[in-house]
Design a protein around this ligand. Structure first.
Ligand code: ADP
Length: 159
């Protein structure tokens, strides 16, 4: 049983994240998408809202589960019995940060392997902060996020 975790802020989940999650679910027996509770950030959506949007977007996939965590990614990976950590790479600009994180996590827990997956190229310029900005300016983001996220964004910005 090969389980992996995919940690992130997911504020909110985008079609780029979903692309990575589906690819991971084809490679591993179980994918746990794990929402980081990061006290240093002030997210648009609460942890519960982010978890619920992920659950709703992924409800048709049997080997994908969603949870949240507070603390070190490697500790949470051990808690759930994961063998690795999934991260998405969009462009060279992601590389340096992700490389640093992966090597630090390996130093902290040598039994865990970070696996990088690349999304379809149509999602390479997508990130949650662009989505939040566009939505706040009443721009149509329906091509970039699941329906449940679109509804939540429209509600947040009372469209
Ligand atoms: P974090 O705040 O940890 O970067 P995110 O939710 O923004 O959390 O992203 C989680 C992971 O998903 C990261 O590895 C990030 O590079 C990746 N990711 C984000 N957006 C995309 C996308 N459009 N395509 C592929 N991977 C993505």
């Amino acid at each position: 049983m090969r389980k992996v975790i995919y940690p992130g802020t997911f504020d909110p989940v985008t079609n780029g994240h979903i692309d990575i999650i589906k690819r991971a679910s084809e490679l591993f027996d179980e994918v746990i998408v794990t929402v980081a509770i990061n006290p240093g950030k002030t997210p648009l959506f609460t942890v519960n809202e982010r978890v619920n949007m992920l659950q709703e977007s992924l409800k048709d996939f049997k080997n994908i589960n969603v949870d949240s965590f507070d603390g070190l990614v490697v500790d949470h990976a051990h808690e759930v019995g994961a063998v690795g950590i999934i991260r998405g790479l969009r462009a060279v600009s992601d590389f340096e940060y992700e490389f640093q994180m992966a090597l630090m996590n390996r130093k902290l827990a040598s039994d865990l392997t970070t696996v990088f997956l690349m999304p379809h190229e149509k999602y390479t310029y997508l990130n949650s902060s662009i989505i939040r900005n566009l939505a706040s300016l009443n721009s149509d983001v329906s091509d970039f996020v699941p329906d449940v996220v679109l509804k939540a964004l429209n509600k947040k910005f009372s469209k």
